[in-house]
Every structure is written in C-alpha cells, then in structure tokens.
Design a protein around this ligand. Structure first.
Ligand SMILES: [Zn+2]
Length: 188
C-alpha cells in the first residue's frame, strides 16, 4: 500500500487535538463505544496513552490510522482520520478480538466474504449487531443482524439474504420481542 509520508497522522498530533478538544466523533464511533461500555473520556484516554499501529492511505477523504491503547488494562482500538480542514475525526472504536486480532497489535489474515469497503477501501469484517431500521417513519431496532462493518468509515454492508430477511421481518412485525420507550431530547 502506498501513502504520502508527509500526510501520515502522528500520535503527537492526535494527542494535541484531544488535549485541545479539537476533534469530531462520528455517530458510528459513538454507537460502537457505547456498545462496548466505553465513555468519551475512555476514548480520549486511549488516544492519550496509545500509539499508532497502522496507517491507511488517503483514498480521497484524507489519511487515517489505527491507534491502540488501553482502558482498565484491556486493549482498545480507535480508528482516526484527518479531514481536509485538518480536523481529527474519530471514525470508529472497537475491542480487538480473535479471529482478526491474535494479540492487540498483531493481525491475523482471515477470509473475508465482504472484501474492501467500496467507499473508502477499508477492511470490512462481519459482526452480529443491532441495526436501526426505519420504515415509513417508524424506527425499528433489529437484533442479531449479521453485517459487514467497515473498520475505517463504519459503513455497513448486508448480504442480499440478510437484507431480504430484514425487509420481511419488519413487514410482518406482529410481535416485537420488546418495545422500548425512546426519549427525544433537544440538544441546545
Ligand atoms: Zn469504509
């Protein structure tokens, strides 16, 4: 993989941005960190105590990199990008796990049915997760959905079979397993 050595994100720059609170965090990263029971200050501490372990080429949206750090002595990975205005973007957050990661810093090549992300060229791996699914203004939360998740930009990809299954379970949604009250709060 080729990348512009002058355009690599350094851990020094990431730390400077975090200390100045000059960063953006994607909705995907927010969702992922909450799923992993991580607070925003946990993510900041990973970036402040961690180091870059991989760099990804600029595929048109700016360079990105993978930072490995720890929270309560457990490894956490944070994918960071730098946009055209030189803002730090926290793209996604996850706990490195087998089979992809044999050790926090060591990746094991595995067969990937999803290939690379069509949007950013990032690696797409399968996870079973919750998916927000809106139809005719109604929000459904679908549990246990296998999806390919881009480790770089967070885009989700579904196989045709899974997409059809989601469409039919929502169309036939006679008995949800539970109904959650969803508070709507204005952010001022
Ligand atoms: Zn992507």
């Amino acid at each position: 993989m080729q990348y512009d050595v002058d355009n690599i994100i350094t851990i020094h720059w990431i730390k400077k941005c975090v200390l100045a609170s000059e960063y953006l965090i994607s909705k995907h990263a927010e969702d992922e960190r909450k799923n992993d029971n991580l607070s925003l200050s946990d993510i900041e501490s990973v970036l402040l105590n961690g180091d870059t372990i991989e760099h990804y080429s600029d595929t048109g949206r700016g360079p990105s990199c993978l930072v490995c750090g720890t929270v309560n002595h457990k490894p956490i990975h944070v994918v960071c990008g730098k946009n055209k205005h030189s803002w730090l973007i926290i793209i996604t957050v996850y706990r490195p796990a087998w089979p992809k990661w044999n050790a926090p810093n060591r990746k094991e090549p595995v067969m990937e049915p999803y290939g690379d992300c069509i949007y950013c060229g990032g690696e797409v791996i399968e996870r079973v997760q919750r998916v927000d699914y809106r139809l005719h203004g109604q929000l459904y939360i679908l549990e246990g959905v296998p999806a390919g998740v881009c480790q770089q930009c967070g885009e989700l990809f579904f196989t045709a079979e899974v997409a059809r299954r989601m469409e039919s379970v929502v169309a036939e949604a006679t008995g949800p397993v539970e109904t959650l009250p969803i508070p709507v709060i204005a952010v001022k």
